[in-house]
Every structure is written in structure tokens, then in C-alpha cells.
Design a protein around this ligand. Sequence first.
Ligand code: NAD
Length: 418
Amino acid sequence: MYHGDHWPDLRREHRTRRTQKRQRRQRQRDVTKPFGGIVDTVTSSSSTQARVTARERLSVLVTGGAGFLGSHLCEHLIERGHRVICLDNFHTGRAENVRSLTGSGRFDLVEHDIVEPFPKELPHFDHIYNLACPASPQHYQADPVATALICSQGVYNCLRAAEQHGARVFHASTSEIYGDPEIHPQTEGYHGNVNTVGPRSCYDEGKRFAETLVTDFGRRAGLVTRMARIFNTYGPRMQPDDGRVVSNFVVQALLGKDITVYGSGEQTRSFCFVSDLIDGFTRLMSNGDGSLGPVNLGNPIETTVRALAHIIIDIVGSRSKVVYQPLPIDDPRRRRPDIAQARAALGWSPKVELAEGLRHTIRYFDDELRRAPQSQFDAAHSAYRRSGAVAEDLALAAADQGSSYSSRGSRLLDRSLT
Ligand SMILES: NC(=O)c1ccc[n+]([C@@H]2O[C@H](COP(=O)([O-])OP(=O)(O)OC[C@H]3O[C@@H](n4cnc5c(N)ncnc54)[C@H](O)[C@@H]3O)[C@@H](O)[C@H]2O)c1
């Protein structure tokens, strides 16, 4: 942890290390646990794409592969017949998310922090998808300096590794680079309206810098690079306690608790179901030969946050009430991607309707809720209530929960390559 100009409190750091040790032991136990996630046709986009032949098989490195999006990407690549090396420090991801893939004989799980140089003994890879970065405001604001380093040093290490392996690069950028946008919908040509010194800046500015680094490194090193500017995406395997609007509302509705809307609820977001997004990732990565500039990937249908709350209450059949709290600093008022470029260049557009995607997501959380002790979801709920708090409160809360970064070096947790 780093608080302004003060050195970290040593006792807190010691407590944090102890908690991290406990969490690491738990993660190792997770690797041997049976996989509990749902396997569902709509969560898999592979049904529309044929399996590759042995000659076409690629070795693909996915950083952040044990997270929400990363685990769906790994699953998709394995189903298509590729070989996958999943590299993750488990800051927000879980080994359980990729547990089902270890039996494929084509999947490696490596514990590693991308801020550190990549392990030399990594197997050769042809493609790298860089998804490693906490994506929810609660997580990326908990240790903003770590977030800025992931987006800078971490991305640099990915690019260096890609250069050494001669690999094609995919980088997960974000709609947050548009900040609180002055044009609507947002096109790739819009340069954004971002606060450089607000609580969200570590992520927003970090991701902007990462786009620059990927572009310049690509030009200098002759790498083929692809970047997706991802708009809000939801689906199974989101974390119940990560402060993102869909998971928060679903968990609150399932628990029958008040649904907390920040601001008037008139702010809009566009919600893309995870299988549509993963389809966009792989199309973007496999399309043509040269590097491409950033491409918006998201659902262009705009929904107010208040409407989302009511749709979820209706699907769940919940008795939850909607309550309103002040809007957090720098919260964007409108978000909608212009996806003309993705349509034209990739033939891509989202297919899954909001109500359908939400039903799958609700079923996932319902299963999780039945499996988890009630206390865990109560913790998730109170974490959500904190998510509107100022960054300082979040940083202190995170330090108490031991969630700052410490992973040094790397470990192969599961090797199924023969
Ligand atoms: N989900 C969305 O709506 C969304 C929107 C815009 C951009 N993105 C981007 O997509 C990527 C994945 O997002 P997600 O929603 O799956 O988030 P997530 O938090 O579920 O996944 C991030 C993964 O990266 C891992 N990670 C974090 N720091 C790491 C580090 N230093 N070294 C190695 N691994 C590390 C985490 O443990 C986790 O498995 C992120 O880069 C995010 O910025 C996501």
C-alpha cells in the first residue's frame, strides 16, 4: 500500500502478508476442488466456430486468464482446439474459474505477476492476450499505484515477452479511456475527457498510457498488435463483491436487500454479454495481417441504471426496493459504443439480448449463493455499499482485507501439457 508521501505502516503490512499467505494456501486448495461454475450454451461462443486442425493449433498465452473475461476466453480457445497458458496472480481471479480446463491436456496455469519480468521457462506462444488488470473500481482503486504499474510496467513486460516469442498481441483496453464523454455515442476517433488526478485516474489514465505503449512498441518492434476498447460486460463468473453494477444488483436482488443506485439512476450504460465479447476478441485477433488501431467492443443498446435495477428485480421476482445514494466522483453519465468499425472490419455485433444474458447471470449467482456461506454474501453486500466511498476509505478497507499486491516470482500451478 502507498498513501501519499507516507511510508506504509509496518504492522499493517505484516497483517497484509499474513492474510495473503492464507489466501495463497486457499487458492492452492481451490486448484484441487471440483469446478462449480455453470456450463451453458449461451456462455460459450465456440458453437459458431469450428475446431482447428492440429496444424492450425496455436499456443496462446492469456494474462489475467483466471478472471471473469480471461476464464471465458481460455475456455473458448481450448474448445476450439488451441493450447493455452493462463498466467495470473489471482488478485481478483480464481483458479476455480479455469479448473474444468486442466483435464484438456492443452492447458497450463502459471501464477505470476505481470509487473515482474516473465518467467524464462514459459513455453513458446504464438499469441498473447493481455487481460491482466483489476477491472472493477473497487479493486483498481484499492491500490492505485499498483494499478498504474500494471498498466505501464505490466504491459511493457507483456510486450517484451511478445517480442521475444514473435507473438501477436491483443490488449484489453476499456471504454474508461473516454472518461465522462462529451460526444455520444463514443467513436474510436474521440480522444476522451479524463481527469488525470481523480480516484479513477490510475485505471483510466493507466489504460490510456497502455494504448500508447502498445502502439509505439508495436511500431518499434514490428509486432502485430490489436486493442479492444471494452464497454461494460457482464455474465457468469463476475465476482459477487467487486462493486460492478450488474453483479451488485443481482446479488442484492437475490438476497432481497435494497438495490443501491448511485445518483438519480438516469445515467446510462450499455451491457454486453460475455459470449458476445469473447467472439469479438477472437475475431479482432484473427482478422487480417497488420496492426489495427483500437476497436470498440460493446453493446450499443443503452440502458439507464435505474431500468437495469427494475429488469433484474422482475427477473428474480425479488421484493428488493431501489434506494438512491450520492454519485461517486467522476462517474460517467453516459456510455454507448459506436461499433461501426467492429461491424465493418470484423462482421461483429452483439447477439445476446439483455434479459437473456441476465437470466444466465442470475442463474449463476443463484447457484453460487446456494453453495457459499451466507456470511460471504453479506460481506459482498457490505463491500458494495462501500464502493461509493472515497478512494482513501477503499484503500484502508483493502489493506485490512490484505488485498494489495505482493506476488513475486512465478509458479506453475497446474501443468497438463505433455
Ligand atoms: N469486464 C468488463 O466489463 C471490462 C470492461 C473494460 C475493460 N475490461 C478489461 O478486461 C480485462 C479483464 O477484466 P475482467 O472483467 O475479467 O476483470 P477481472 O478482475 O475479473 O480479471 C482480471 C484478472 O487479471 C488478474 N490480474 C490482476 N493483476 C494482475 C497482475 N499484476 N498479474 C497477473 N494477473 C493479474 C486477476 O487476478 C484476474 O484474474 C482487464 O484488463 C479490464 O481492464 C473489462
